[in-house]
Design a protein around this ligand. Structure first.
Ligand code: G3H
Ligand code: 13P
Ligand code: ZN
Length: 314
């Protein structure tokens, strides 16, 4: 029974001080790189599909690829998750298609409307044995010199609102705004994560699993490789891995990583093209790219502390 919801994973992650990696899937090579790393490290896994991935590859291709990964790894607990579902209908569709977890992202809506749509999704999903993640607050960097301290605080998840939101919706996990943001340019100056805000939310919601989006670290080594081989990524900056590890030991039970996989893949493909100008067989650059994804995921599993934890999550 390797296809699971995240319920047991989050219980174990919370109790034992680690986080489960939620990696974004866009095609076969990315999925294979992730699953090879997971199988070798014996870690629990959340495979997730974003709106961009759905538009690029289609739900049916992505679902089929993920189902093969699940089938071939019966000893690994795997969650199939809808990342950033926009509305009730999208979430319903993924519940109906057999995903075990959906995210309803109504964080841009007013608080009351976010509660309403999340509650509707929770009702439908729970009736079908599926778990739900929602989001509260606005993702964004913490830069006191760019926006005032008060503005920063406004965008972070309010701990009291988080309590009310969880109570009123019955949601299973909550994505919180604690200074992270999507993509490769998270900070303009010093990278900063609001660990104190995670602590405040966790104190008010003891035992409740939190989710951190935008958790790529944009490792210098990979940005440098991309730039060395003809890319242009000035000032790319992510969340320091030490902060990710610290959050993983707290109530953060799911950590979303996409950008770091993109960087690993891009750096490797650029290197192949630069070093073998005559190469035109896609397998000769996508293959090394897949290996680069695998190496990156293996590394991340140790940052999150979930390597070796597959068995206890089954
Ligand atoms: O949700 C954030 C992910 O990095 C996905 O982005 O919609 O461009 O695939 P995307
Ligand atoms: P990154 O862009 O930091 O990898 O975040 C991905 C994410 O949060 C997907 O939902
Ligand atoms: Zn996200």
């Amino acid at each position: 029974m390797p296809l699971v919801t995240s319920k047991k994973m989050f219980q174990m992650a919370y109790k034992n001080g680690y986080a489960v990696g939620a990696f974004n899937v866009n095609n076969m090579e990315i999925t294979q790189g992730i699953i090879q790393a997971i199988a070798e490290e014996k870690a629990p896994l959340i495979l997730q599909v974003s709106r961009g991935a759905r538009e690029y590859a289609s739900n049916s291709y992505l679902t089929a690829i993920m189902n093969v990964a699940v089938k071939e790894n019966p000893d690994i607990p795997i969650v199939t998750h809808l990342d950033h579902g926009d509305n009730f209908e999208t979430c319903k569709q993924f519940v109906d298609d057999g995903f075990t977890s959906v995210m309803i992202d109504a964080s841009k809506m007013p608080f009351a409307e976010n509660i309403k749509v999340t509650k509707d999704v929770v009702k439908y999903a729970h009736d079908h044995g599926v778990v739900v993640e929602a989001e509260l607050g606005q993702l964004g960097g913490i830069e006191e010199d760019v926006v005032g301290v008060d503005d920063v605080a406004k965008h972070l998840t309010d701990p009291n609102q988080a309590v009310e939101f969880v109570e009123k919706t019955g949601v299973d996990s909550l994505a919180v705004a604690v200074g992270t943001s999507h993509g490769a340019y998270k900070f303009k100056t010093e990278p900063k994560l609001a660990i104190d805000r995670i602590q405040e939310i966790q104190d008010k919601l003891p035992g409740f699993p939190l989710v951190m989006h935008g958790s790529s670290s944009v490792l210098r080594e990979f940005v440098d490789l991309i730039n060395k081989y003809g890319g242009k990524m000035p000032n790319a900056m992510g969340v320091p891995e030490s902060a990710i590890t610290q959050a993983s030991k707290m109530a953060v039970c799911k950590v979303n990583i996409d950008t770091d996989l993109r960087l690993a893949l891009t750096a490797k493909i650029r290197q192949v093209f630069a070093e073998k100008a005559g190469e035109f067989d896609p397998r000769k650059y996508l293959g090394p790219g897949r290996d680069a994804i695998k190496a990156m995921v293996k590394h991340k599993l140790h940052v999150l502390g979930c390597a070796g934890k597959a068995a206890e999550c089954l």
